[in-house]
Design a protein around this ligand. Structure first.
Ligand SMILES: Cc1ncc(COP(=O)(O)O)c(C=O)c1O
Length: 350
């Protein structure tokens, strides 16, 4: 039985048409004299996001870490939301790789407004770390206790940017799901990207490519970023086959993200109000549904286990929250299967 896999939008498998593009990709040694398909992918992404330069890297984590390395020096401080991927899910890489310390702020919607940033901005003093980088995440996944997949409004991004500029601090945008935010808000990705000095995007989250991310910025940033990518071992050789999948994803799988958002809405409607579950559909903006689990028999991990025999896979975020993510490889039949399994375990709506 094929699983209904809502664990992440990274679980997608390349479509036959994507595999065909990968198979026929023109390749070269990107480190020695360049890979033509990687170049095309980098140029395409740069054009779509309105940035001068893009670097292809294996993962979203590496894209973020390349940005951190390019903007900071050891002993500097990074500012991010408390549950942002860069400070929560990258295994302490800012400290491990770059000698950074992090200050985190709490903002359920992911925006870092000037009033919040004021609180953590360091004075220029020999006693203090330098506030060297502000990192935002668009869409904002969230920590589990609050709705996930939120779109930070463009005017909030602009306020962060204005504050950062006034203090001479660069802004990085972790855009692992930037196209989700663009499709949901109807504001093109380049306008979100214009609010940051560097932007990362992932081709393997919802866009259906098996591997790959890009880190983008101006030429001066890219020059520093290439050195960091080299040091991290992220410069790949005949990567054109992977880049071809990424090009296919950018050409064919961006507009259809609206389907994933609609499916996430219907998933939230299916589960909200079942005994012990809450996930208000009005809070679902993109493809992530955080479901709060308060049930006498199940915590989040228990419900995850109980759904498995029905072929439904999902991930707990905290003791009382489950994260469901919609993507290319799930559809209405998977939501129907989930709903039937949940009703079977928890009972129908009172
Ligand atoms: C917001 C965000 N940033 C970065 C990443 C890291 O991507 P990767 O798993 O490719 O390293 C993820 C992964 O899920 C993510 O959700």
């Amino acid at each position: 039985m094929r699983a209904s896999d809502f664990r992440s939008d990274t679980v997608t498998r390349p479509t036959p048409a994507m595999r065909e593009r990968m198979h026929s990709a023109e390749v070269g040694d990107d480190v020695l004299d360049g890979d033509p398909t990687v170049r095309r992918l980098e140029q395409t992404a740069a054009r779509m996001l309105g940035k001068a330069a893009a670097l292809f890297v294996p993962s979203g984590t590496m894209a973020n870490q390349v940005a951190l390395g390019a903007w900071t020096r050891p002993g500097d401080e990074l500012v991010a939301e408390r549950s942002a991927h860069v400070v929560t899910w990258e295994a302490g890489a800012p400290g491990y790789l770059h000698g950074l310390q992090s200050t985190t702020l709490e903002s359920p919607g992911g925006g870092l407004e000037p009033e919040l940033l004021e609180r953590v901005l360091r004075p220029k003093s020999v006693h203090c770390p330098r506030t060297a980088l502000i990192s935002l995440e668009q869409s904002f996944m969230g920590g589990g206790e609050v709705p996930g997949g939120r779109v930070i409004p463009l005017d909030s991004l602009q306020r962060t940017q204005a504050f950062a500029r006034a203090h001479g601090i660069p802004v990085h945008l972790d855009g692992a799901r930037l196209f989700h935010a663009a499709v949901a808000s109807g504001i093109e990705a380049a306008r979100h990207a214009a609010c940051a000095d560097s932007v990362s995007i992932c081709l393997s989250k919802g866009l259906g490519a098996p591997v790959g991310s890009l880190i983008l910025g101006d030429e001066a940033f890219a020059e520093r970023a290439r050195l960091v990518r080299k040091r991290l071992g992220g410069w790949m050789r005949q990567a054109g086959s992977l880049a071809a999948a990424g090009l296919y994803a950018l050409e064919h799988h961006v507009a259809r993200l609206a389907d994933d958002h609609r499916l996430a809405q219907s998933l939230a409607r299916a589960l909200h109000g079942l005994p012990g579950l809450s996930c208000d559909p009005r809070d679902v903006e993109t493809n992530i549904v955080m479901v709060q689990v308060r049930h006498p028999r199940f915590d989040a991990a228990g419900l995850m286990e109980a759904l498995k025999p029905a072929g439904v896979l999902v991930l707990p975020m905290t003791r009382h929250s489950l994260r469901f993510v919609t993507h290319l490889d799930v559809g209405p039949a998977d939501v129907a299967r989930l709903e039937a399994a949940a009703v079977n375990l928890l009972g129908a709506r009172p």
